[in-house]
Design a protein around this ligand. Structure first.
Ligand code: F6P
Length: 323
């Protein structure tokens, strides 16, 4: 057990649906355990600029179902410098914060490592729609984002089928293809393009469209990950090579918003509460994760050294089911 009395919570990096559920859990679990809780606004930026307010149970009322983050978020360059990191830790001490929960992606975890090194007990919670954090099978927001993308692609399929077109749909994921891959399967796409497996495969897509046309297929869904991009250019090239009218749609930031799914609300709540447990146990430099059916925690240094690939079985499934 620790002598922690006041904890802080912040969200950092890209927002993700479910972050509010995690904030609520940190606040309510903390207060329930006799702690004071402070909210740090605008991520690490707000820590450096001392935008810190007291939170009570009512501060987090009516937020579990809302997308975004009530604390706002930022990508903070200052937190990458030793001066910024020291100032952030000093500002925690000044505000009486002796433990902090950082909800964000692996960039945010690096900031959490530095806070920990600077003497503030810090626990990270994985929040990103990209599912690209190696130590965990679940990240806050992925489930909502992938459902949003899937529903958008369903709608595009209706118009694509009506016009007998090929549709390229670009989903989020600058370096990770998890959203694209899951949409590839759930939307019954013919092809999925992801940064982890990209090998300049345009010829294969064109060949597949021609083959499918021959057996009577009238419309085609290609899911492209943001990390590959150039969906408009790809559409032009496919149309030219196949003669099939082709349109590209970039779904964009709508994937980051919206009411979180039940899955995101429940898991984000469990992770937020676990982060408070870890602080109560006197732990620091840990990240909450979901692995093999359990909520667990890892050392952040260890977690950041882990690697993660897309599920080869799922990638293969897209190909098998779209023949
Ligand atoms: O990390 C989440 C994410 O939505 C990525 O999928 C995307 O590449 C990036 O953030 C977009 O960031 P921004 O909101 O700064 O445009």
């Amino acid at each position: 057990m620790s002598d922690i009395k006041t904890i802080g919570v912040l969200t950092s990096g890209g927002d993700a649906p479910g972050m509010n559920a995690a904030i609520r859990a940190v606040v309510r679990a903390g207060i329930n355990d006799g702690l004071k809780v402070k909210g740090i606004h605008r991520g690490y930026m707000g820590l450096i600029e001392e935008e810190i307010t007291d939170l009570d149970t009512m501060s987090v009322s009516d937020i579990i179902h809302r997308g975004g983050t009530i604390l706002n978020t930022s990508r903070c360059k200052e937190m990458m410098t030793p001066e910024g990191q020291k100032l952030a830790a000093d500002n925690c001490r000044k505000a009486g914060i002796d433990g902090i929960v950082v909800i964000g992606g692996d960039g945010s975890f690096r900031g959490a490592q530095r806070l920990s090194e600077n003497g503030i007990n810090t626990i990270a919670v994985p929040g990103t729609i990209d599912l690209d954090i190696a130590c965990t099978e679940y990240t806050i927001g992925f489930d909502t984002a992938v459902n949003t993308a899937m529903e958008a692609i369903d709608k595009i399929r209706d118009t694509s089928a009506s016009h007998e077109r090929c549709s390229i749909i670009e989903v989020m994921g600058r370096t990770a293809g998890h959203i694209a891959l899951w949409c590839g399967i759930s939307n019954g796409s013919e092809y999925v393009m992801i940064p982890e497996r990209y090998d300049g495969e345009e010829d294969k897509i064109i060949e597949k469209i021609m083959k499918k046309r021959k057996i009577g297929k009238k419309h085609h869904i290609i899911v492209n990950a943001e990390g590959i991009g150039d969906s408009m250019g790809l559409a032009e090239r496919i149309e030219k090579a196949t003669g099939v009218e082709t349109r590209a749609t970039v779904i964009g930031h709508m994937q980051r918003g919206g009411n979180p799914t039940c899955h995101d609300r429940v898991y984000a709540s469990a992770m937020g509460a676990k982060a408070v447990d870890l602080l109560n146990e006197g732990k620091t430099n840990r990240v909450v994760a979901f692995k093999d059916g359990e909520f667990v925690d890892y050392d952040i240094d260890q977690a950041l050294n882990m690697t993660k690939d897309v599920d080869e079985h799922l990638y293969d499934l897209v190909r098998r089911l779209s023949r």
